[in-house]
Design a protein around this ligand. Structure first.
Ligand SMILES: Cc1cc2nc3c(=O)[nH]c(=O)nc-3n(C[C@H](O)[C@H](O)[C@H](O)COP(=O)(O)OP(=O)(O)OC[C@H]3O[C@@H](n4cnc5c(N)ncnc54)[C@H](O)[C@@H]3O)c2cc1C
Length: 410
């Protein structure tokens, strides 16, 4: 048993893709941070841990720049120049009505970048290691957290951490949220996201495809090189069958959906699977405690927005807490944390429900619905202002933006 006693301004439980940048933002604002994660950092960045690639919106990229993370991502970022949204059926050509988002319509910046989660974690961990105000304790678990005049957490090895406030960035099952008695609402989508990497013959030119099939969206996300990452959504039972296919069978199913627009293609590397569900926390804050990222809202990956929402939480929470510290306020006080909740909850809930509605509208083969949604795609494609608004929304540059998302220092 370790009798170690740590003391800092902030405790963050969960050093994943939202916990790490939150630690960086708070530290850059002058606060000391203790970050606890159950996983050994080397395991979390291993090639077999997480095969996903994240679509990182342009506002999120600005934040990564401000936090000193981009310099660790050189050569790992694939710009998203265009996104094509279309509707179809397996082994049939897609509908002639589609929606085309072209980044040049809203400026010089790409719509975002695609970055492998593994490289994001490596880059964030490097930036954290360079920051003197952050103490990372991993692997370890906060087994008991008490909230009173301070936060006092006891870790699995007997160490204790004392802080003014605790952020729970411990993912969709958030043990910290459960222990605090915060309830969630949500439902299972009956869908599994199959994730794998595909090698193809021709250049993708930074074009991402969102292809809606009756079982769910089939996203083709361009990666660095002649590679793409798939988020291939199937009903749970079909996903099980597809995942169990041998290489030839899997590639046959893959090509029936991917088509040949990039020449010959085949899956390379492992197959991952993620059961998809919606889960929204009823509250984000308690005295001395706040939820962040998937702990607060786990959503359908239909438009690659989950992590971007989490990073908007990071930017808002850091700004609120740092401002309170600069004004000499108690950074764990309920009214301070409530400002963060008020700033973020509406955006998170509305976007989650929009993703939910899109998934319901497109994940079926009902004739009249198919006709209406295809017509909708075609009409929006003809409407420049609507197209540009969608792009700004997806890029995370609509509404009252925290400073980090505008590319300004915290
Ligand atoms: C198939 C798929 C594709 C996606 N694609 C995109 C995309 O393109 N763009 C996008 O924006 N989003 C995407 N998302 C969503 C995104 O992956 C999540 O929103 C994001 O990973 C959430 O990060 P997080 O840090 O909040 O949670 P997690 O990634 O779950 O991290 C939680 C961390 O907490 C740690 N932990 C858990 N319990 C404890 C404990 N008791 N004590 C200490 N530590 C603990 C874990 O070890 C982990 O490191 C996708 C999701 C899926 C399923």
């Amino acid at each position: 048993m370790s009798g170690e006693q740590y003391q800092s301004d902030v405790l963050i439980v969960g050093g994943g893709l939202t916990g790490l940048p939150l630690a960086l933002a708070l530290a850059q604002g002058g606060l000391s941070v203790t970050l606890v994660d159950t996983l050994d950092p080397a395991t979390a960045t291993g090639a077999g841990f997480d095969g996903r690639v994240s679509a990182v919106a342009f506002s999120s990229c600005r934040m990564l720049g401000q936090l000193g993370v981009l310099k660790h991502l050189a050569g790992q970022m694939q710009p998203i120049n265009d996104i094509i949204v279309s509707d179809g059926r397996v082994r049939e050509p897609s509908s002639s009505l589609f929606l085309h988002f072209d980044h040049t319509e809203i400026g010089d910046e790409p719509l975002g970048h695609l970055i492998e989660n593994r490289h994001l974690r490596i880059a964030l961990q490097r930036a954290v290691a360079d920051e003197k105000r952050i103490t990372m304790i991993a692997p370890n678990v906060a087994t008991d957290i008490r909230y009173g005049g301070d936060v006092v957490a006891t870790l699995k090895d007997g160490a204790t951490v004392k802080a003014r406030v605790c952020f729970a960035a411990d993912g969709r099952n958030s043990p910290t949220r459960v222990a605090a008695g915060i309830k969630t609402v949500g439902w299972d989508y009956g869908q599994t996201g199959i994730v794998t990497t595909v090698e193809h013959e021709r250049d993708h030119e930074g074009v991402a495809q969102e292809y809606f099939l009756p079982s769910g969206p089939f996203a083709i996300l361009p990666m660095v090189g002649r590679r793409a990452s798939l988020v291939w959504t199937e009903r749970h039972d079909s996903a099980k069958i597809i995942l169990a296919l041998d290489e030839d069978g899997f590639n046959d199913e893959l090509r029936a959906r991917f088509g040949d627009y990039l020449g010959a293609c085949r899956a390379v590397g492992p197959r991952w699977s993620y059961p998809l569900s919606l889960q929204l926390a009823r509250d984000y804050v308690r005295p001395r405690m706040a939820l962040i990222g998937d702990a607060a809202h786990a959503i359908h990956p239909i438009a690659g927005q989950g992590l971007n929402l989490g990073w908007r939480d990071v930017a808002a929470a850091a700004e609120v807490v740092i401002e309170a510290a600069r004004l000499g306020q108690d950074i764990g006080a309920f009214d301070v944390l409530e400002r963060y909740q008020q700033w973020r909850r509406f955006d998170n809930v509305s976007l989650s429900l929009l993703m939910d509605a899109m998934n319901r509208l497109f994940s079926n083969d009902i004739g009249p619905l198919r006709f209406t949604r295809d017509l909708g795609l075609g009409i929006v494609n003809l409407m420049g202002p609507a197209r540009r608004l969608f792009m700004r929304h997806a890029g995370g540059s609509v509404g009252e933006l925290p400073r980090l998302l505008k590319g300004e220092p915290i």
